[in-house]
Design a protein. Structure first.
Length: 101
């Protein structure tokens, strides 16, 4: 069977569909969690099930820098905006440097 770039792209993108649905579900769950609180108690950040972090506050430049470039921090950190985690590039670079020499 001959494959084309279009069919290859379609089959690869299909593998991500369950993750996209899960991510959308987590965003919806976080928003619903906040909207169920009285307006004065809404913080727009927290954790779903005590595990999955979310933060819908407008990020500051300092927060963005600290999240993505903190050589002293963890490699996996809470996202600056949204639901889930991200990679702290500063910690990755620091780890590679320490292993290299």
């Amino acid at each position: 069977m001959r494959t084309t770039a279009r069919t290859d792209k379609k089959s690869r993108s299909g593998n991500w569909k369950p993750l996209k649905i899960l991510a959308l579900g987590l965003v919806i769950a976080a928003v619903i969690k906040e909207l169920r609180l009285p307006q004065e108690e809404r913080t727009w950040h927290g954790a779903l099930g005590g595990f999955v972090p979310y933060d819908f506050r407008m990020p500051t430049m300092d927060k963005v820098k600290h999240t993505f470039w903190d050589p002293e921090g963890s490699i996996i950190v809470d996202r600056v905006f949204g639901v889930g985690w991200t990679i702290n590039i500063g910690a990755v670079v620091a780890k590679v440097r320490s292993l290299a020499g």
